[in-house]
Design a protein around this ligand. Sequence first.
Ligand code: URA
Length: 451
Amino acid sequence: MTAIDVIRAKRDGATLSDEQIDWIIHGYTRGRVAEEQMAALAMAILLNGMSRREIARWTAALIASGQRMRLPAQELGGRPTVDKHSTGGVGDKITLPLAPLVAACGAVVPQLSGRGLGHTGGTLDKLETIPGWRAGLSAGRLLAQLREVGAAVCAASDELAPADRKLYALRDVTGTVESIPLIAGSIMSKKIAEGAGSLVLDVKVGTGAFMKDVGQARELARTMVALGGDHGVTTTAVLTDMDTPLGLTAGNALEVRESVEVLAGGGPCDVVELTHALAREMLAAAGLDRIDPADRLRDGSAMDVWRRMISAQGGDPDATLPRARESHAVVAPATGVLAKLDAYAVGMAAWHLGAGRARKEDPVQAAAGIELHAKPGASVRTGQPLLTLHTDTPERFEPAVAALRDAVTVVPPGTRLELRPLVIERVHVATPRTMRPLLGPAPHLDGHEAS
Ligand code: URA
C-alpha cells in the first residue's frame, strides 16, 4: 500500500477500507506518511466525506495511536465517571461551575481540557488566571485527585490520541478543519481515550461556533453520539445557541469571576440554565438522575468541591483575580431593543484585546476581555454602555472596536423578537449494543495498547 493509493482512492470518491485507514494513520503517526500527503488526504475527505463505517475506523485508529486512560471504578469508590465536551464558543465557561457541581452530586468528573486558539477561549487559560493553579497533572496525581475531590480539570497528556494532535495542527493550516467526519473523529478520539464511562457533548450552533446552522450541528452531534456508542461510552449531545456570547463576560479572569458567582448561587441566567441542563444530562448518563443539581448549588456543596479542586492543583481559591489596567466603553448606537450581539465579533474583539492567541505558543493576558451590560431582548438607550473592553495594552482598543463594528443591532422600541432558545435540541443516547457492529477488530499499533 502507498499513501498515494489511499489519497487517490478518496479523491476519486471510493470508500477507504479498514486496512487503508489503519495504515495511513499508523504511517502518519510514525512520520512515514508525509505532512503534504496527509494534507491532501484531509482535503479529499473534506470534499468527498466519509461513510459512517469509515469515520468509526478513522476514530478507532486515532485512539490506537496512543494510550487509553484507565479510570477503574474500584479506585474511585465505585462512583461513575462522566465527562463533558463543548465544541467551543465565546464566553463558554460552563466547565468551571459544571465539573464541581456534578462531582458534588456523586459522579467523578475527569475534565481534560485545552488552551484556546482563535476567537474561542480555552478552559486552561481561564483557570491559569487563579494565582498558583497548575494545569499539569501526572496520571497518578489525576487519579488521586479524582478519588479525593471527585473532579479535576487539567491538561490532556501527549499520550492521548497523538495522531490527532499532529493532524489537528495540520488541518489548522491547510483549510481542512471544517469537515464533519474529521471534527467528529478528532473530538471523539480524545474523549474516548480519556476513559470516562459516559460523555455529554455541548454542540454549539451560531456565528461564534464551528457549526453555523442547526442542520450541520445536528449531523455532527449524531456522528459523535454514534462514535461514543461504538466504543462503549454512553454519549448524549445537546445543541446550544452560540449566536450570542454565553453569560456577561468573555475573557479569562472575567470568566472565572462569573463562574464563581454561579457556584455562589448567582450569576447570569443563561450560564445558570446551561450549567443545570448539562449537569442533568451528565447525571442521567451516569445513572444518578435522582439527584437535583440545583440542590447542590444551593447548599454550597458545589462551591466546596470547587475550592478543593482549585487547591489540589496549587491554586488559591480566595486570591484576588487579576484586573486589567485599561478599560473602554462601547455604547448603544440607538434607543430601542437590542436584537443582536454577535458572538463571533465579541470573540474576535476579546482576542484583539489579548484574551486569546494566534499561535499556540503565544501568551494570553489574564485580565483582558469584555463585559457585556445587555443581552438581546433588553431595552437600551442611545449612549448607554453596552460593552466594557479590558486590556493591559491600550493600543489594542482600536482593532477590538473595529471588530465590533457590525456586532450590535438595535431595533425600534416595542419590536417583538423571536429569540432562539439557549438549549435548541437534544440528540439521544446511542447504546453500545446497537452501534457495535460498525467496528471491526480494533486497529493495533505496535508498542501501544489497542483500544
Ligand atoms: N476540536 C477538536 O478537538 N477537533 C476539531 O477538529 C475541531 C474542534
